[in-house]
Every structure is written in structure tokens, then in C-alpha cells.
Write a protein that binds this ligand. Structure first.
Ligand SMILES: [Zn+2]
Ligand SMILES: [Zn+2]
Length: 284
């Protein structure tokens, strides 16, 4: 039986499974892309995913690291890969070593330190690109980008043999094309993420919007999280087809969050929004 009851969203051919409540737990996985953004308390459903992309070290996002790695070992799977902000590598290694000593079994792990601007290859055509966020020292977000080669329009009508001939002459007949599939912001204060084109144009944006009530704007500021008023400003500048909201506060009931979102966002943006933890929102 599954350890967690996870939310489940399907967008075209992509599944998004996860759980995300501010201060409690955040884990958001996309099995077809083989990535899990943050690892909360390591639900069973994410153990077989090969890449964990950690945004920062807060307990509600990172507590599952050792369990994830250890369960993979226990089930005979290869060592999991954890991408994490470079400044967290030391403490992550220490905690895995400590668990290894506690458990009596060394835990195999592939830990990769990342910094803004880095790219990590997930599959032959799939890359995780790292960008900075404003939450805790070294905190980052990730975009998963598919890289393709597209034939230049002037060569589009050529036959197979003609293409072979051009290639023999070392003529570049195609150009690189980047398709940003998903961007995961993790925890962050408001930043104008639309300045990074691959974020603004990601097909799917998975974003925190923690606070909704007017009197909670101070809490957003103190905890370095996004308040709905700032979120509305951000979304106005973004072109994402689907926007998934995570990390909602427990201080405001879900029906009220839904109501405030509807009142605050223009209808054409509200229509693209799904609240991860809201069953009503996922159905529509
Ligand atoms: Zn958090
Ligand atoms: Zn945090």
C-alpha cells in the first residue's frame, strides 16, 4: 500500500504527483521526466524516480533524502541522484553518513552540487537548468528543458539523399531548439522570474504561493514566501500554459484560497491555474 495519498494531475502526456503544504511537507514528482522536485518525507511513489532536484535544505522539503536513497538500495535499484545547492553538499553527506552508521549499512548516493546557470543531463535530450531563488542561502529552482534539433526552413523540402549530400559537405542543416517543459520554483520570495525566457515560456509552471489573506503579507515577507498579490503581478508577465500552485498555508482554508485566487487573478489566468492540494480545482 502507498505510504502517502498524493495529489495526481495529468497534463497531456505528463503526470504530476505530489503533496505540498507549507511547513509540513513538499514533494512534487514527474515520473515521465524521471524527476522529483524536493522530497518531503519520501513517499513510496517517488522512490523509483532516479533524480531528486532539491531546492533548499528546509526539513519539510529535504527530510526524505536518506530514506529515499536507502529504500532504493534495499530494493536493489541503482544509487539515486540528488541535485542540491552546492553549499548543502557537506551537511547532506554528513546526514547520509550518519544514517549509514545508525542503520549499519552504508547508503549509496550520487550527490551533485549545483549553482545557478548549471545544467544537468537527465536523459539524452532532457536537461535540468538551475536558476537562483530568494528563500534561504544558496536556494535554487529548476527548469526541465528538452533540447531538439530542427531542420532549417530552407532545407525542409529536401529529399533524404539531398540531406545526406549536404551533410557530406559538412553543411549545418538544422539548428538547436529548446523546449522548456516545466519550471519548479521551490520556496521563494517574489522575484521577477519572467526575465528568464525559459521560465516565462515553460509549458508548465509549478510555483509556490503560500499566503492569501491581506494580513498575511508580513508572514510572506518574514518567511521569504510569495503572497497572492505578488503572485498576480508575476503571472501577468508569464506565458505558461499550465500553472500549478504548491506550498499553500494551512492558515487559510482551501475553499477560501480558491475564492481569493478567483477574485484576484484575471479570468484568462485563473483558467490556467490548478491548486495541487485542492480536489475541486484539479477536477475543473
Ligand atoms: Zn517550504
Ligand atoms: Zn523553505
Amino acid at each position: 500500500m502507498a505510504s502517502h495519498n498524493l495529489a495526481h494531475i495529468k497534463i497531456d502526456d505528463l503526470e504530476i504527483i505530489g503533496y505540498s503544504v507549507a511547513g509540513e511537507e513538499t514533494v512534487v514528482a514527474m515520473p515521465q521526466l524521471d524527476v522529483c522536485f524536493d522530497i518531503g518525507k519520501a513517499p513510496d511513489q517517488v522512490i523509483s524516480i532516479n533524480n531528486v532536484l532539491l531546492t533548499h535544505g528546509h526539513m519539510d522539503h529535504a527530510a526524505g533524502i536518506a530514506y529515499y536513497l536507502s529504500q532504493r538500495n534495499f530494493c536493489g535499484q541503482s544509487a539515486g541522484t540528488i541535485l542540491a545547492p552546492q553549499n548543502l553538499l557537506g551537511p547532506i553527506r554528513e546526514i547520509i553518513d550518519a544514517w549509514g552508521r545508525l542503520d549499519g549499512n552504508q547508503i549509496p548516493a550520487n550527490i551533485v552540487g549545483v549553482k545557478p546557470g548549471d545544467e544537468y543531463q537527465i536523459k539524452p535530450n532532457l536537461f535540468a537548468r538551475v536558476f537562483p531563488t530568494k528563500h534561504s542561502p544558496g536556494s535554487v529552482g529548476y527548469s526541465v528543458i528538452e533540447k531538439r534539433k530542427k531542420i532549417k526552413p530552407e532545407y525542409a523540402r529536401l529529399t533524404g539523399p539531398q540531406i545526406v549530400e549536404l551533410k557530406k559537405q559538412h553543411i549545418e542543416i538544422d539548428y538547436p531548439l529548446e523546449l522548456p517543459i516545466v519550471t519548479y520554483l521551490g520556496d521563494t520570495q517574489y522575484v521577477d522570474f519572467s526575465q528568464l525566457k525559459y521560465i516565462a515560456e515553460s509549458r508548465i509552471l509549478i510555483a509556490e504561493c503560500t499566503f492569501y489573506e491581506d494580513e498575511h503579507s508580513g508572514r510572506a515577507e518574514a518567511g521569504r514566501h510569495i503572497h497572492i498579490d505578488e503572485f498576480a503581478t508575476l503571472l501577468n508577465k508569464m506565458q505558461n500554459e499550465h500553472i500549478i500552485i504548491t506550498h499553500t498555508t494551512q492558515r487559510t482554508p482551501m475553499w477560501e484560497i480558491r475564492k481569493i485566487l478567483k477574485e484576484t487573478l484575471p479570468p484568462e489566468i485563473y483558467d490556467r491555474v490548478i491548486l495541487l492540494m485542492d480536489k475541486e480545482s484539479r477536477r475543473s
